[in-house]
Design a protein around this ligand. Structure first.
Ligand SMILES: [Fe+2]
Length: 299
């Protein structure tokens, strides 16, 4: 049917039209039904070799950083290798990450899940080299107490940079878990039998480099134990609803990096947020910017 600018949709009909234009309607149906979807590389509209460019830059940063500074989940030497490396605050580190954020498929899925006023919550690379144990079952609604709202307060749109298979330690999803509206308990963690993970409740995300793995902030997920050699990497671009406090601060991001991308990037980073006012009261013009900035991108 024709998607019109129905007033009751408060602008979201435009997001849906964009999703249709990009061929993402099936992905939206999968997201609604199962709580996750994979957008194939061809549907992202990214230029050829984009995933490799992202991977090269991520690995360059990983080699330059002190690994002890970023391996947060390493509890002791005995537990190595654990979850791998996390490279935080990527957006500011190279223009290629801004390009990854501003990709139309990424933003369409982000705004579909979080609303027109969505904000960037964080942009973090996850890198594993060699074998690694699995990550525990969790949701990405970090800091949101159970019960979770019916619609996620955050969401995850991840650029997959290497082949994602169970052997390579891919993400494991619990289909339908986004409707549980709570975090998994200790009793719902994957069991390990004979060294392998019992995945009877979990399904692996199978994805080629350049795909986008998309899931809601309510979806239960973990990672498969990585048994292969070599690198496994993805970049988690997390968005949040406008009332959330983003995990990363972009206050110091140089204007020169933001300006070429128009008002929508500034808005995504909270440059014109209506929150945080003092005695002068909220800036109503900034509330209007939410709509105006989006329409400048999507019409
Ligand atoms: Fe997660």
């Amino acid at each position: 049917m024709e998607i019109q600018d129905w007033k009751s949709m408060a602008g979201m009909a435009g997001v849906y039209r964009k999703a249709r234009e990009l061929g993402l309607e099936t992905n939206i149906a999968e997201l609604e039904t199962f709580g996750f979807t994979v957008i194939e590389p061809e549907k992202t509209g990214a230029p050829a070799g984009f995933a490799q460019r992202l991977l090269d830059k991520v690995m360059e940063i990983a080699r330059q950083e002190d690994d002890l500074a970023v391996e947060l989940n390493k509890h002791s030497d005995a537990e190595k290798p654990a979850y791998g490396r996390q490279l935080f605050h990527l957006l500011e580190r190279d223009p290629v990450f801004v390009e990854a954020l501003m990709n139309p498929a990424v933003r369409t899925m982000g705004s579909y899940m979080m609303g027109l006023s969505y904000r960037l919550f964080s942009m973090v690379a996850f890198v594993k080299e060699g074998s690694a144990r699995s990550t525990h079952m969790h949701t990405d609604s970090v800091g949101v107490p159970t019960p979770l709202p019916a619609y996620g307060a955050v969401c995850n749109v991840s650029w997959i940079l290497t082949d994602y298979t169970p052997e390579n330690g891919t993400l494991g999803m619990v289909p339908g878990s986004h409707r549980n509206c709570r975090h998994p308990t200790e009793f719902e963690q994957p069991k390990f039998i004979g060294g392998g993970m019992d995945d009877s409740m979990v399904t692996p995300v199978m994805a080629k480099p350049g795909s986008l793995a998309v899931f809601t902030g309510n979806t239960w997920h973990c990672t498969y134990p990585k048994t292969s050699d070599g690198v496994r990497a993805h970049i988690a671009t997390a968005f949040c609803r406008n009332y959330m406090n983003p995990a990363e601060s972009y206050d110091d991001m140089p204007d020169a990096l933001i300006a070429p991308h128009g008002p929508e990037l500034a808005r995504l980073l909270g440059r014109n947020a209506w929150q945080g006012y003092r005695a002068e009261g909220p800036k109503l013009e900034n509330m209007a910017l939410v709509r105006a900035a989006y329409q400048s991108q999507y019409g």
